[in-house]
Ligand binder design. Structure first.
Ligand code: FDA
Length: 400
C-alpha cells in the first residue's frame, strides 16, 4: 500500500463497478459530475458477464414492485417507476444490441452478456467517468464533509460516496461484505442476510432416493409454507433440487420449513385418478403417471413414497384420492440451501428505513448512498435484480 494522496477531490466516488455502480457512475457523469468508479476486481461487471448463462437476462417486460422482497415492499417503487424496464430497453436499443424474450417477459441478449458490459463502459467513457480497477479500499473516513477513501493505490477524496458493492453471493467472483461493514461503520441498521435464488439440498434419505435422476426436470408448481407459489421447471440435481421453480421459492423459504410441490400441475381435479381407473383399470399406476411426468421421476417418486406399482383397479377410492392429493401437494423438507457459493442473490442487507427511496442517500449520513443488491431489495428470478440495479443506480445519480 502507498500513502500518496490523489489531490483531486471528486464530486462522487462509486465503490463497486458492477451493474448498479456502472449505471450510477455513467448517469452521474452525464450530469457533469467528476466521477471515480473504483473496484477491487480486475474486470468490471463480472456478474453481468456470467449472468443468464452468458446472455444476461437484463430486465423483464413485467417489472413491478410485487416481484421484489423487502421488509418495506414500497421502498423500491419510486426508483422502479422513474427508471423503468422501458428506459433500459431504450438504452439497449440505442446501442444496437439484439435481444429476445425467452419466457415470462425475461429479456436476454441474442449474442452475449459482454454487449451489456460494453454498453455500460461506453456510457461511462462518454460521460468522462474514471474507472479504476484492482483497487482495494482499506478504510473510509468522513472528515470536514468529505469522504476520504484509503485504498491500495493511495487516498481518494469525494464529496459524495456511493456504495455499490453488491451482496455476498458468489465470493469466487469477488463478492465481499464491504457494503454491509461500511453501513455498520456509519451506524446504519442491517437486516439479516441469507442466500436467495439458490438450489435446495435434501435430507440424506431423500437425496439418496433422487440422486439417480439428477439432470431430469419437469414442469411443476412449488409453494412455500407462507403460500407463495411459482409455476416453472423443477430440476433434480446430485445434491438436491434446483431449476427456476426451486430458485424462486428458495427466497421465500425459512430453514426447517417444507415446500409443497405439485408434480402434475396439468391435473387440477383430485378425482382424476378415479376417472382414469374407470376408463382403463388394467393399466398400472406407473404407466398412467408416466403419461404426465418423466418416467424416471415417476419411478423414483413411487419408491420414495413406498407405493406399490400395480393396476389401477387394485387401488380403492380413498387410496387414489390421497395419491392425487399427494402428487398435487408433495411436501418435501430441504436440509438447507447450497448457500452463497451458488446463490444468485443475497436477501436482506442495508435496512431501507435508513435510506431515502428517492435518492438512496442515508438519512443519518449526508452524502452516503447505497444502491443495488447491498440494499434490502431482492427481486425474483427473471431480470428483476438487474432492473433494481439499473433503477436504484439511476435514481441515485440524479441526486448526486
Ligand atoms: P454486483 O455484484 O454486480 O457488483 C458489485 C461490485 O462490487 C463487483 O464488481 C465487485 O467486484 C465490487 N466489490 C465488492 N466488494 C468490493 C470491495 N471491498 N472493494 C471494491 N469493490 C468491491 N440478475 C438478473 O436480473 N438477471 C440474471 O440473468 C442474473 N443472473 C445471475 C447469475 C449469477 C450466477 C449470479 C451470481 C447472479 C445473477 N443475477 C442476475 C443477479 C445479479 O447479478 C445481481 O443482482 C446484480 O449483479 C447486483 O448488482 P450490484 O451492482 O448491486 O452488485
Amino acid at each position: 500500500m502507498t500513502n500518496q494522496s490523489h489531490s483531486k477531490v471528486y464530486d462522487a466516488i462509486v465503490i463497486g463497478a458492477g451493474a448498479a455502480g456502472l449505471m450510477c457512475a455513467a448517469e452521474a457523469g452525464k450530469r457533469g459530475l467528476n466521477v471515480l468508479l473504483l473496484d477491487h476486481a480486475k474486470q468490471v461487471g463480472k456478474k453481468i458477464l456470467i449472468s443468464g448463462g452468458g446472455r444476461c437476462n437484463f430486465t423483464n417486460y413485467y417489472v413491478e414492485a410485487n416481484a421484489y422482497l423487502s421488509q418495506n415492499p414500497h421502498f423500491c417503487k419510486s426508483a422502479l417507476s422513474r427508471y423503468t424496464q422501458w428506459d433500459f430497453i431504450a438504452l439497449v436499443d440505442k446501442h444496437g444490441i439484439a435481444y429476445h424474450e425467452k419466457t415470462l417477459g425475461q429479456l436476454f441478449c441474442d449474442d452475449s452478456a459482454k454487449d451489456i458490459v460494453n454498453m455500460l463502459v461506453d456510457e461511462c467513457n462518454q460521460a468522462g467517468v474514471t474507472i479504476q480497477l484492482r483497487t482495494a479500499v482499506t478504510s473510509v473516513d468522513y472528515v470536514d464533509n468529505q469522504y476520504q477513501i484509503a485504498t491500495s493505490d493511495g487516498l481518494f477524496q469525494a464529496n459524495r460516496l456511493v456504495v455499490a458493492t453488491g451482496g455476498l453471493s458468489m465470493p469466487k467472483l469477488g463478492a465481499t461484505a464491504f457494503g454491509f461493514e461500511l453501513a455498520r461503520q456509519f451506524g446504519l441498521n442491517l437486516l439479516e442476510t441469507r442466500a436467495g435464488l439458490v438450489p435446495f439440498t435434501l435430507q440424506p434419505d431423500d437425496k439418496r432416493c433422487f440422486e439417480p435422476i439428477s439432470g431430469v426436470s419437469a414442469p411443476s408448481v412449488i409453494e412455500s409454507e407462507s403460500g407463495t407459489s411459482f409455476k416453472e421447471n423443477l430440476l433434480f440435481t446430485h445434491r438436491g433440487i434446483s431449476g427456476p421453480a426451486v430458485l424462486q421459492i428458495s427466497s421465500f423459504w425459512q430453514s426447517g420449513e417444507p415446500v409443497y410441490i405439485n408434480l402434475i400441475p396439468s391435473q387440477s381435479d383430485e378425482n382424476w385418478l378415479l376417472d382414469a381407473r374407470k376408463q382403463q383399470g388394467e393399466r398400472t399406476l406407473k404407466t398412467l403417471l408416466s403419461e404426465h411426468l418423466a418416467k424416471r421421476i415417476v419411478e423414483q417418486w413411487l419408491l420414495h413414497q413406498q407405493i406399490e406399482n400395480k393396476p389401477l383397479k387394485q387401488f380403492d377410492d380413498k387410496q387414489l384420492v390421497e395419491l392425487a392429493q399427494r402428487l398435487a401437494r408433495w411436501p418435501i423438507k430441504p436440509s438447507g440451501t447450497e448457500g452463497y457459493r451458488t446463490a444468485e442473490v443475497t436477501l436482506g442487507g442495508v435496512d431501507t428505513n435508513e435510506l431515502s427511496s428517492k435518492t438512496m442517500e442515508a438519512k443519518k449520513q449526508p452524502g452516503l448512498y447505497f444502491i443495488g443488491e447491498v440494499v434490502d431489495v431482492t427481486g425474483w428470478l427473471g431480470g428483476y435484480n438487474f432492473q433494481w440495479a439499473w433503477s436504484s443506480g439511476w435514481a441515485c445519480a440524479q441526486a448526486l
